[in-house]
Write a protein that binds this ligand. Structure first.
Ligand SMILES: Nc1ncnc2c1ncn2[C@@H]1O[C@H](COP(=O)(O)OP(=O)(O)O)[C@@H](O)[C@H]1O
Ligand SMILES: [Mg+2]
Length: 469
């Protein structure tokens, strides 16, 4: 086994000689008679432990050990002191992070034991660092695999089924089609659970970058510094714990798409850096000076009103203009209740397989119950409701009482669906000044159906309007 290097620093030749005698049989001993000389030796030799005398002419032992600590914090540092010089000892301990101080005169045997123990802890520290690095490397590999696996899953689902026949969702799909065959930056807005992530995934997997990675990063789940290193990577030693170079997501997603979820949660300092990638296609790893290039499509999402965030100085307007190139707003589920039956069936099919359930559909009342709820958690909440009902249900279809614990009971004879429909008809009647043909066309129903609804809801069209118009 390779012998450890020991560096002894003292301006007294006698002491150097004596310590060399003590250690030469076990270690490779280097000697220096000044701090400067010691630093020279450190540059050339592999040294595991330094013993320095405190009182030396140009550089004290404490000063030297402080430098040693900066050069390589792993090297064990010991100080020799012939005086009960408390002040300099405290300085040595604090600044030089010394392992031990040895008072003159010392017991030879004792010193050998101290040095032996110190070197054992030196080896342990190195071993720990090696293991930590291995662990981090393994983690990195897992993370990469995770990214790939998630892409596979996403690809498999093809994010295929985005349900939405309501006029508002049809509008969303219209916008969606505009961004599929290009790499334009897209901003998805909408409450939580409305399908932002689903849409982002869909956009990527139906666009020109589909063969490359789609990577998702939530900007609200990591503290600023971690998020920065996650997005841009870091250089080894950039901060404590950065024990090796690491690629950031911008590099990993090169050629593909980076989905920045909850983009409003990014700190202003980080916003500047993201803006730089968007504008100039370049960024820097944390702790590195040179720029790197990245060709990444950005899809951002937020459930906040970014303009209000700008007012509060939480979001930079320049970044806002840069990501708001093509905004797509996904309406909350309560504004598209006509989609609920299809969505419910879709979820049911999805979870049926997962739960191995025999349930195939909903009772009329159950569906009605679903349509009467207003879903603060949107589609995600609908999914959860259905998953729960599937677990609870015993018959061939989901019955209303399986919802009841979660859904508010419908009061009065008029359902929410009816209320909304009535409000919509009234709005359109006003807009088209009572022209029932136009209202029926906008609603996508026949004039007879509209007429029946008007009677049901006791809505009075303007006196001069005529169904046959
Ligand atoms: N239009 C839709 N059609 C089918 N499933 C949807 C639709 N919108 C949302 N979902 C599903 O609802 C859940 C929540 O959607 P998600 O994209 O995670 O919402 P957000 O990112 O806006 O919080 C997901 O399981 C998603 O697949
Ligand atoms: Mg999401």
């Amino acid at each position: 086994m390779k012998r450890h290097g020991l560096l002894i620093v003292d301006d007294e030749k006698e002491i150097l000689r004596s310590l060399t005698l003590t250690f030469a049989d076990e270690y490779e001993v280097f000697t220096a008679s000044s701090g400067t000389e010691a630093l020279e030796i450190l540059k050339q030799q592999s040294v595991a432990l330094v013993i320095a005398d405190q009182r030396m002419p140009e550089m004290t032992g404490a000063e030297l050990l402080e430098k040693v600590f900066q050069i390589n914090a792993n090297i064990i540092r010991m100080i020799l002191t012939g005086y009960t010089d408390t002040a300099s000892l405290i300085q040595a301990i604090n600044k030089g992070h010394i392992y031990q101080y040895i008072t003159k005169p010392w017991e030879r045997q004792e010193l050998r034991v101290i040095v032996k123990r110190a070197l054992e802890s030196y080896e342990l520290a190195l071993e720990n660092q090696r293991l930590l690095a291995e662990l981090q490397a393994a983690n990195e590999r897992l993370k990469d695999e995770n990214i790939f696996l998630r892409n596979e899953v996403c690809r498999e689902l093809q994010c295929a089924d985005i349900i939405g026949q309501s006029p508002v969702m049809q509008k969303v799909f219209g916008l969606l089609n505009r961004v599929l065959n290009n790499s334009i930056t897209v901003l998805l807005t909408g409450e939580t659970g409305t399908g932002k992530t689903l849409l982002a995934c869909y956009i990527h997997h139906h666009g020109p970058r589909r063969e490359k990675l789609f990577i998702e990063q939530n900007c609200g789940t990591l503290p600023e510094t971690l998020l920065e290193s996650e997005l841009f990577g870091h250089k080894r030693g950039a901060f404590t714990g950065a024990i090796q170079d690491r690629k950031g997501l911008f590099e990993i997603a090169d050629g593909g798409t980076l989905f920045l979820d909850e983009v409003s949660e990014m700190s202003p300092a980080l916003q500047v850096k993201v803006l730089q990638v968007l504008q100039q296609g370049r960024f820097r790893r944390v702790g590195e000076n040179e720029f790197r290039q990245a060709d990444v499509r950005i899809i951002a999402a937020t459930n906040k009103d970014l303009r209000a965030e700008i007012q509060k100085d939480r979001f930079r307007s320049d970044l806002y203009y840069r990501i708001n190139v093509f905004p797509i707003h996904i309406p909350p589920l309560r504004d598209r209740i006509s989609d609920i039956p299809l969505l419910a069936q879709h979820c049911l099919n999805k979870y049926r397989r997962k739960l191995n359930s025999q349930v195939t559909g909903f009772s009329q009342e159950a569906l009605q119950g679903l349509c009467n709820y207003d879903y603060p958690g949107n589609v995600r909440e609908l999914e959860n409701l259905i998953e729960r009902a599937l677990i609870l249900s015993t018959g061939p279809q989901i019955e209303a009482d399986e919802w009841l614990p979660a859904l508010p009971v419908n009061t009065g004879g008029v359902t929410r669906m009816e209320q909304l429909e009535r409000a919509e008809i009234e709005r359109l009647l006003e807009r088209y000044q009572g022209n029932l043909a136009l209202v029926a066309k906008e609603l996508g129903v026949s004039r007879t159906t509209l007429w029946r609804r008007l009677k049901d809801y006791r809505v009075q069209p303007d006196k001069d309007s005529d169904v046959s118009k």
